[in-house]
Design a protein around this ligand. Structure first.
Ligand SMILES: NC(=O)c1ccc[n+]([C@@H]2O[C@H](COP(=O)([O-])OP(=O)(O)OC[C@H]3O[C@@H](n4cnc5c(N)ncnc54)[C@H](O)[C@@H]3O)[C@@H](O)[C@H]2O)c1
Length: 242
């Protein structure tokens, strides 16, 4: 039987509210909710009540929130994207100082299967230079960052496997060695990612389309259960085993 956790939610927007539902459904308790109007309440005293923090806030606030959790000794699961410039610093701090940190640009099982397929397909396509590769991501109009963290993860894996691609560019490919990521903002789309290989004679595509945010929120709660009692940096491959 899983032990119930007391969870601090950092960010109570679309994802924060979904995580709350997923956590309650698994018998966890929400002991603290932090959003823009009460950021001062994110302090050591209040975090002492929590076994775990889960952050789905904003690109501008995730770094500070993570550091506050580290200082309080509170394990933290972070899904916020768009703050990658400071990511290596956080990872280093976590491993050197023995904090507990779980990060995923996407917590859904389906997207993590797509990540795996993307790496596999890219290894094959590295031998076929007639195919140009590109990524398209579509999200709701409220999304603050572009391209999505998920698209950046897909691009990073493609750059590693495809010798003909050296860097990614947003909404353009100024040279053949550039991997184009198109970021489209449309209505309330929860998130669609497509990787396409296009040649003069045909095209091959793999795609994941989220139908809602439930899978993302459930994945974040599973990550929190996995992180409890551990030290160090973890991600979805540790949780899922592929
Ligand atoms: N990793 C994943 O699986 C995944 C999935 C969906 C979204 N995301 C990312 O999660 C983040 C949140 O997404 P969302 O759709 O819930 O956005 P949202 O805009 O609906 O919610 C963000 C919330 O954070 C609040 N906030 C602002 N400053 C804060 C602070 N200092 N501390 C705490 N909260 C603060 C905002 O007021 C808002 O309510 C985004 O970066 C998004 O890209 C990641």
């Amino acid at each position: 039987m899983l032990s119930p956790m007391k969870i601090a939610l950092l960010g109570y927007g679309r994802m924060g509210r979904e995580v709350e539902k997923a956590a309650l459904a698994r018998n966890h308790e929400i002991c603290l909710v932090i959003d823009i109007s009460n950021t001062r309440e994110l302090n050591e005293k209040n975090l002492a009540m929590a076994d775990m923090a889960i952050d789905f806030s904003t690109p501008d606030s995730a770094y500070e929130n993570i550091i506050t959790c580290f200082q309080s000794g509170t394990p933290i699961v972070c899904g916020t994207t768009g703050w990658l410039a400071r990511f290596d610093e956080v990872k280093k701090m976590c491993t050197e100082k023995g904090h507990a940190f779980f990060y995923a640009s996407n917590f859904s099982l389906g997207v993590n299967i797509l990540f795996s397929l993307n790496r596999y397909l890219a290894r094959i396509m590295n031998n076929f230079n007639d195919y140009d590769c590109s990524i398209e991501e579509v999200h709701h109009i409220h999304k603050l960052d572009a391209p999505s963290g998920t698209a950046i993860t897909l691009a990073r894996d493609l750059l590693e496997a495809l010798d003909r691609k050296l860097q990614w560019e947003l909404n353009q490919a100024s040279e053949p060695s550039s991997l184009k990521i198109s970021a489209i903002r449309e209505n309330e789309v929860p998130g669609t990612h497509t990787i396409t290989y296009d040649s003069a004679v045909d095209s091959i595509a793999i795609r994941h389309s989220a139908k809602n945010r439930t899978g993302l929120a459930q994945g974040a709660v599973l990550a929190a259960e996995f992180l409890l009692g551990k030290k160090g940096y973890y991600t979805m491959s540790d949780l899922l085993g592929f």
